[in-house]
Design a protein around this ligand. Structure first.
Ligand code: NAD
Ligand code: UFG
Length: 336
């Protein structure tokens, strides 16, 4: 089997390429490097000791994607390529809709034109908006609170409608909060500028690159007042994609699946866990809430177990230890 991985030079993509290669699949990465480095692809090649083909370009370019599918005899696609910053999406909705919908349409059109029909799509628990009840299951109500979230929800709806009318079979994977890095410490998250997400920010406080962590709000209706998320190890998440491709043969049509651990941690619990892993305090202060944040969300994991035969196995301490190994060895990420 040969898999085309769009956005395969990025954070989740690079870990997924490793997992796919280890599972015996050949991989072709297509990435425009708008938020990543070709060094990530080199690091993946060094890790898996196998040839990983790389095509630099835009997933919205139907001719380019079709050519990659035909030239490399691609059987199936994992589509990561998208912009992912919630705050940037509020400032630049046009850029987010153009890129996230444009790349998805480009990929689906190229698949239809070349006659391949198995697709895994990167969705997000952001499609649940502010949930009334936790854990959220795939049947929970959906909604979006920002343009980024809308691109994921519209992406899901678009795929459901194309799948209903064609031979396309799709897994919509709704990721919760991926953190951590490959245990080798040679690939990991490499945010542009000041990180927006909790763990990358906290790790840059730990290296001394940033002064102190701001804890956004301690007046939520949660046990310690800080917001709760379902953090999962990026290697578990990567393995979920292999399981999703395997499951597509027996699950035609369009299936949404949560990928999370089923347990939530508050911001302060993550800080405490990181302090235990690093063996020293992480300077932090409580500030006001960040607009748009939900109070608490974690995944219902039953469908992932039944449909994919997948459960997350790595705990928070392992996520933080692995993230730290990468951050400490590569304080400037891939360095470009
Ligand atoms: P990332 O930015 O590290 O990876 C995305 C990759 O796609 C980058 O390498 C970027 O250069 C590439 N890309 C963007 N637009 C492209 C285009 N038009 N053509 C070709 N390449 C393009 O992000 P990530 O964290 O690895 O996220 C991967 C996917 O998972 C995204 O779709 C994101 O929305 C989704 N997701 C991420 C999270 C998270 O917390 N990281 C959570 C839920 C969903
Ligand atoms: N937080 C802080 N300080 C920080 C950064 C974050 O207190 O410096 C808090 C946030 O307020 C939130 C929690 O830590 O309560 C997690 O925040 P992240 O930014 O790490 O993650 P989010 O849950 O807000 O969002 C992430 C991605 C979204 C994606 C969502 C669900 O950024 O793109 O997970 O997958 F949609």
């Amino acid at each position: 089997m040969t898999v085309l991985v769009t956005g395969g030079a990025g954070y989740i993509g690079s870990h997924t390429v490793v997992a796919l290669s280890e599972a015996g699949r050949r991989v072709v990465v297509l990435d425009d490097l708008s938020n990543s480095s070709e060094r990530a692809v080199d690091a993946v090649r060094a890790l898996v000791g196998a040839d990983v083909a790389f095509v630099r370009g835009d997933a919205a370019d139907v001719n380019l994607v079709s050519q990659a599918i035909v030239e490399h005899d691609v059987d199936e696609v994992v589509h990561f390529a998208a912009f992912k910053s919630v705050s940037e999406s509020v400032e630049r909705p046009l850029a987010y809709f153009a890129n996230n919908m444009g790349s998805l349409i480009g990929v689906v059109e190229a698949m239809a034109g070349t006659g391949i029909g198995r697709l895994v799509f990167s969705s997000s628990c952001t499609v649940y908006g502010e949930p009334d009840e936790v854990p959220v299951t795939e049947a929970s109500p959906t909604g979006a609170a920002n343009p980024y979230g809308w691109t994921k929800l519209h992406g899901e709806q678009f795929l459901a409608q194309v799948a209903a009318a064609s031979e396309l079979d799709v897994m919509l994977l709704r990721y919760f909060n991926p953190v951590g890095a490959h245990p080798s410490g040679t690939i990991g998250e490499d945010p542009n500028g000041i990180p927006e997400n909790l763990v990358p920010y906290l790790m840059q406080v730990a290296t001394g690159q940033l002064d102190r962590l701001r804890v956004f709000g301690d007046d939520y209706e949660t046990p310690d007042g800080t917001a709760i998320r379902d953090y999962l190890h990026v290697v578990d998440l990567a393995e979920g994609h292999v399981a999703a491709l395997d499951a597509l043969a027996s699950h035609p049509g369009c299936t949404a699946v949560n990928l999370g651990t089923g347990r939530g941690y508050s911001v302060l619990e993550v800080v405490t866990a990181a302090e235990a892993v690093l063996g020293r305090p992480i300077p932090h202060e409580v500030v006001g809430r960040r607009p748009g944040d939900v109070a608490r969300i974690w995944a219902g994991t039953e469908r992932a177990e039944h449909v994919l035969g997948w459960t997350a196995t790595r705990d928070l301490a392992e996520m933080l230890a692995d993230h730290w190994r990468w951050q400490e060895a590569n304080p400037d990420g891939f360095g470009d």
